[in-house]
Design a protein around this ligand. Sequence first.
Ligand code: GLN
Length: 479
Amino acid sequence: MEGLSSLSKIQSALAKHDPKITLSEIVDHYLERIDQNSDLNAFVEVFADEARAEALHIQQKINSGTAGRLAGMVIGIKDNICYKDHHVSACSRILENYISPFSATVVERLLAEDAIIIGRLNCDEFAMGASNESSFYGPVKNYADKTKVSGGSSGGAAVAVQAGLCLAALGTDTGGSVRQPASFCGVVGLKPTYGRVSRHGIISYASSFDQVGPITNCVEDASILLEIIAGSDQYDSTASSKAVPHINLAEQPDSKKKIAYLSEALHSEGLDPEVKQEFEKSIEALRSAGHTLEPVSFDLLEYVVPTYYILTMAEASSNLARYDGVHYGYRSKRAIDLESTYKTSRSEGFGPEVKRRIVLGTFVLSAGYYDAYYAKAQRVRRMIRDKTNEILKQYDFILLPTAPTPAFTIGEGSDDPVVNYLADIFTVQASLAGIPAISVPAGRTKAGLPVGMQLLGKRFEEAELLKFSQNFIKLLDPV
Ligand code: GLN
C-alpha cells in the first residue's frame, strides 16, 4: 500500500492487474491503520462494515467500467457534515445520539462519484476552536508528535490524512479550520471561495463564513475534490451558480506571477522565529524562480481577529438557538417544564467555549450594543474585504504563513481566550473577505513539526490558486 498517496496512484493500481490490488484491500488497509492508531483520537466513529460492503460494490463497477470519478477514494468527513441515517454531533454533547435524516449536498456528491466514506472525524465543538481541545470527545494527537495538538477545528480530518488513516477528508473552514490543522499536520488544506460549495447539511457555526474544504496529501486530490463538491445547489441559495472549471494541474502557465506578502505579517509580534524563517525561505524560493514578490502594507491586520470574532459569535448565537433540548439530541434529566428544559439542556449540553461564544454573541447583538459592536464590525469587514481585493487587483496572490506558530503542546493553550483567538490572525483575513486560500506544507521546525504556508487568491479563481500551489510545493521541496 506504500506509495498510494493520491487518488490517481490508487486508480492506476486498481486498473493494473499485476500486481493486483482490490478496493477491499485498500479499505482493509485503512481500517487496520485506524485501529492501530486509535490513540490519535482522529475518528469519533468508523463505518467499517459499510465501507467494506461499498468496496465490493464499487469494485464491481470498476470491473465493468462504470465507476465514478472518485472510485478508489476512501474519505473521512468532519463530524459537522450530515450523512443520512448516520450520527452527527459536531462533537458536542448537545447532539448526543442525534441521527441525521438527510445527507449534506457535499456527501451526496461524493457518493455519486463512488467515494467511500469511512467515518466521522473529531473536531472542536461546533467547529469553535483551533486545537481540537474543545471537542466533547477530547483532543486529537498530532501524528508528528503525539504530545502536540492537531490544530483545529478540523483536527481529526488533518490527522487522519497525515497518519494515512484515509486518503482524504472533508473539513469545514469558518476562520481557518481547514488550513490551520493542515499546516500543523503537514498536509494540504483548501478553503474555497465563500459560495463555491453548498453549505446544505453542514451544521452551521457562522453562516456568512462557513465553507467546506478538502484536506489531502496533495494539490491534485484537493483539485478533484473541489471540482466534485463545488457548484450551485437548489438547497443553498448562497451556493454560486458560477461554472466550476475543470482544474488541469498539468497545464501550468509559464507566466511569472506577482505576489504580495504582508509586511505587518512578517513583523508580527507573535510570529514564531522558525515560522518566520520558513516564510522568508518561501519568499526567496519564489523570487529565485522568477516571480515578483513585494511587501505590501495591510494596516487592517490588527482588526481582523476582533472583527472576525464579533461577527462569528453573533452568527453562532443565532445558529445555536435551535439546540433547545426539544428538537435535537440531548435533553437534561433535570428538565421539568419548558423553561427548565431549555436552561438545563443547554447548560449541560454545551461546553464552556461554545457557551462563551453564545453569551458574547448575544451581547454584541443586544439593543444598546448592536451599533457599537455588530454594526461596526460589519463595516470593518467591508473595509478588510475591499482592501484585500484592492491588493488582489495588483497582485495574483497574497502569501502568508498559515499560523503564527507550529503545533503547541496539548493542554498548553492559553487560559486567556483572547490569546487563543489571536492565533487565527493569518487565516481570518481570507474568511472575512470570502476569498479562496490554501495551506501547503512548507517545511519543518528543528523539532520536526510541520509548518504550512498560505496563498490567498481571487474570488472564484481556485483553479489558478491550485495550479500555482502545485508549483509552489515543488519549489519548496525540489525532488
Ligand atoms: N479558530 C477559529 C474559531 O475558533 C476558526 C474555526 C473554524 O474555522 N471553524 O472560530
